[in-house]
Design a binder for this molecule. Structure first.
Ligand code: IVH
Length: 700
């Protein structure tokens, strides 16, 4: 699996590249974890490098498809081999976020409550631009710079002293009287102009990888094992916080910033002393308007309580200080033309509308397509082809069309009319009352659904057949070579009998054909959970397939039970199925519907006939992990793990993954934009972990 697929990079279609980049991001992240967190590399260095090279080559060909979680952008995510570790004398904290003016007012109100002040008491704040770079810690002894480190996990970072010495903004020797020990914190960043010209030079030099944005460029440049490379990169530095110190330096943050300047550090000249919330918000809105004109990227404003004695009294909660918060700017939005509303047909017949846009850059990435969710949303927001629309990329998520600029609507633009037929097979497409999704009723007579099912069958979490990506499945289907999953296993045999062998077809050499056959052969033995997932039953995702495998253990037991449950929805088999935690009547109903279809049962038998063995499920014996036996709930979007991966990993460690929060829940892992589940967890006082906390828990 470590091997790059046979498909040459310059033959990938954009769709294939998208899928391949997703696969590589996941796979490389998995190897990174195995290597860095478990000290157990699963593949050789050469294979690992090959994966990274392939990722870089695809990104170089499709710069628009670079993923937010791409391994090339995650240069800083894991401690690189070769850097020493530095334990921070005082932990490097992160900041709580405020997203609205009300949040900021509440931040100050909380401070007053905590300090026992009434509402009239003024709380001075220092407002500072929140620089979008990476934080570092600088240690000075007797005024000389002796050590510099990255933040790392907050407790321990990497020793990047030699690299930091190459920064023009970093004073090697401080002027004036300085405490014996002085640790200063700040942000390494790259000016936008420097970033652009550096990328330009790289492009001219024929470098394959360009940096996606100044932040990544700064992180990638600082974390070079060879300081000579860092020296050639245009890095800048602002200092803004105090770490360890052998004597007290100032009474207020404002005065501390003045001393920093006097010692020779660069301090942002846009910092402002504010008398209260109103002042602070005025600063936020003013600098927000100027944001695009600043020479560097900022992603918000940081407010800090000015008085150090108050800061000390306020202390911290989990990993953030109570005396500071980051007021984030809203997601960047841009306008462009909605050229066309396209409809894609999924594996289960769901018709999903998407926007084909005049390509435009937003948040540093070129966007040509965006999701439109469903037809109700299109009608509600009245999106029309030809409209000028506002799109946004919120953080790392898929671009969305958020609004239409009605003043710019062309006279001939007509309201969107949902089609009642499938764009692929022409079958009736129905949208049941009260449901958001319209579905093609063509079932397996719809080519789109058949192809999608085959793609699903061969995909990573299912049969994981290397070389059977979207493009190849599509080709094999259209050329009549495969119609059902079982046909995949007959390909090789047919190859030797047909007058039109696969090798020799455009894009199919003897070598790639052979590799594909090998990959297929290797899957004649398959685990029960992959088998179940591969069938593509509606609502049976990887986690549900695993639950089913866990419960029924063998293919025969599962198949007999499902057939029985389908026959009698009041009988014992049905009762057992719906008694499995997280399998409700809706999911059970979809499984039963699948088994009631004659052609599904035939396809299943046909497939089993081609396999050598479906392996029984062997429950993992992990009872020793810190989460064994615990019930956990994931909510919100996770940054480093896909949801499936997070669930699978939790289950491997013996945890039970639940879909909703109840009194039985032990941990709720809350990613970005967590909603009602998080609220419920708070209400029930269940332990809430950030993604980082969770990784620390299971990594340890
Ligand atoms: S103060 C305990 N000030 O934002 C306070 N942080 O989300 C520590 N950042 O890790 C941070 N500009 O990398 C502070 N003026 C500023 C900042 C700033 C950018 C970053 C920093 C920190 C992150 C927290």
């Amino acid at each position: 699996m470590a091997e790059p697929t046979a498909l040459p990079v310059d033959e990938l279609t954009p769709l294939e590249a998208t899928i391949e980049l997703a696969r590589l991001a996941e796979e490389i992240a998995r190897h990174d974890r195995a290597y860095y967190q478990s000290d157990a590399p699963a593949i050789s260095d050469a294979d690992y490098d090959a994966l990274r090279r392939r990722n870089a080559a695809i990104e170089a060909r499709f710069p628009d498809l670079v993923r937010a979680d791409s391994p090339s952008r995650r240069v800083g995510a894991v401690p690189a081999e070769g850097f020493g570790k530095v334990r921070h004398a005082r932990p490097m904290l992160s900041l709580d976020n405020a997203f609205s003016d009300e949040d900021v007012a509440e931040f100050v109100a909380r401070i007053r409550r905590f300090l026992g002040f009434d509402e009239t008491r003024a709380v001075e704040l220092v407002a500072e631009p929140k620089i979008d770079g990476l934080s570092i810690s600088l240690r000075y002894e007797h005024g000389r710079f002796v050590q510099g480190a990255t933040r790392g996990d907050g407790a321990e970072g990497e020793d990047v002293t030699a690299n930091l010495r190459t920064l023009k903004d970093l004073p090697q020797q401080l002027s004036g009287s300085v405490p014996d020990v002085l640790e200063i914190r700040g942000e390494v960043y790259m000016l936008r102009a420097d970033f652009l010209s550096m990328n330009e030079t790289r492009r001219n030099d024929g470098e394959k990888t360009l940096f996606a944005n100044p932040r990544n460029a700064a992180a990638g440049s600082l974390r070079q094992l060879d300081p000579k490379i860092t020296a050639g990169r245009p890095l800048s530095l602002f200092c803004y916080a105090l770490g360890e110190t052998s004597e007290s330096i100032a009474e207020t943050h404002w005065d501390f910033l003045a001393r920093l300047r006097a010692w020779g550090f660069k301090v942002n000249d846009r910092v402002r002393l504010c008398q209260g919330v109103e002042d602070a918000l005025a600063f936020y809105h003013a600098i927000g308007d100027e944001r695009a004109l600043l020479p560097y990227d900022i992603d918000g404003v940081v407010y800090k309580v000015n008085r150090f004695d108050w800061q000390n009294r306020l202390g911290q909660v989990s990993r953030s200080p109570r005396w500071a918060t980051a007021h984030k700017f809203p997601a960047e939005q841009v306008s462009t033309i909605l050229r066309e509303i396209g409809i894609s047909v999924g594996r289960t017949g769901a018709l999903t509308p998407f926007a084909i846009l005049e390509p435009v850059t937003v948040g540093g990435v070129t966007v040509g397509r965006a999701t439109l969710h469903n037809e109700d949303e299109i009608l509600r927001k009245d999106f029309r082809e030809g409209d000028t629309v506002i799109i946004q990329r919120a953080g790392d998520v898929i671009p969305q069309v958020v609004a239409v600029v009605e003043a710019k609507r062309p006279a001939e633009a007509r309201p969107f009319e949902p089609k009642e037929t499938c764009p692929v097979c022409g079958s009736h497409a129905v949208k049941p009352e009260g449901e958001a999704i319209r579905r093609c009723t063509g079932g397996l007579t719809c080519d789109a659904q058949r192809v999608e099912r085959l793609i699903h069958f061969a995909s990573r979490n299912a049969f994981d057949i290397e070389g059977l990506g979207e493009k190849n499945v599509d080709f094999l289907f259209r050329s009549g070579r495969i119609q059902s999953p079982a046909d995949i296993f007959r390909l090789e045999e047919r190859e030797n009998q047909t007058l039109l062998p696969l090798r020799g077809q455009p894009g199919w050499g003897a070598k790639s054909t052979q590799k594909l056959f090998e990959a297929i052969r290797a899957r004649r033995v398959i685990s029960l959970e992959r088998f179940i997932y591969g069938l593509g039953i509606r609502q049976v995702g990887a986690a549900t397939a695993r639950l089913l495998a866990h419960h029924y253990r063998s293919l025969d037991a599962w198949r007999n039970a499902m057939a029985a449950a389908a026959e009698d929805r009041e009988g014992e088999a049905w009762r057992q199925l719906t008694a499995i935690d997280q399998i409700g009547p809706a999911v059970a109903g979809d499984i039963a519907d699948f088994f009631l279809e004659e052609h599904n049962r035939q396809a299943l038998d046909d497939l089993i006939g081609q396999l050598q063995r479906v392996e029984d499920f062997v429950p993992s014996a992990r009872t020793d992990s810190p989460v064994a036996g615990k019930t956990v709930v994931f909510t919100g979007s996770l940054q480093t793990l896909s949801r499936d991966e997070a669930k699978a990993r939790a289950q491997e460690l013996g945890a039970k993954v639940a879909g909703s929060v109840s009194a039985k829940t032990d941990y709720v892992i809350a990613g970005a934009d967590a909603g009602s589940k998080l609220a419920k967890a708070r209400e029930l006082e269940i332990r809430i972990l950030t993604e980082e906390d969770w990784l620390a828990l299971i990594g340890g």
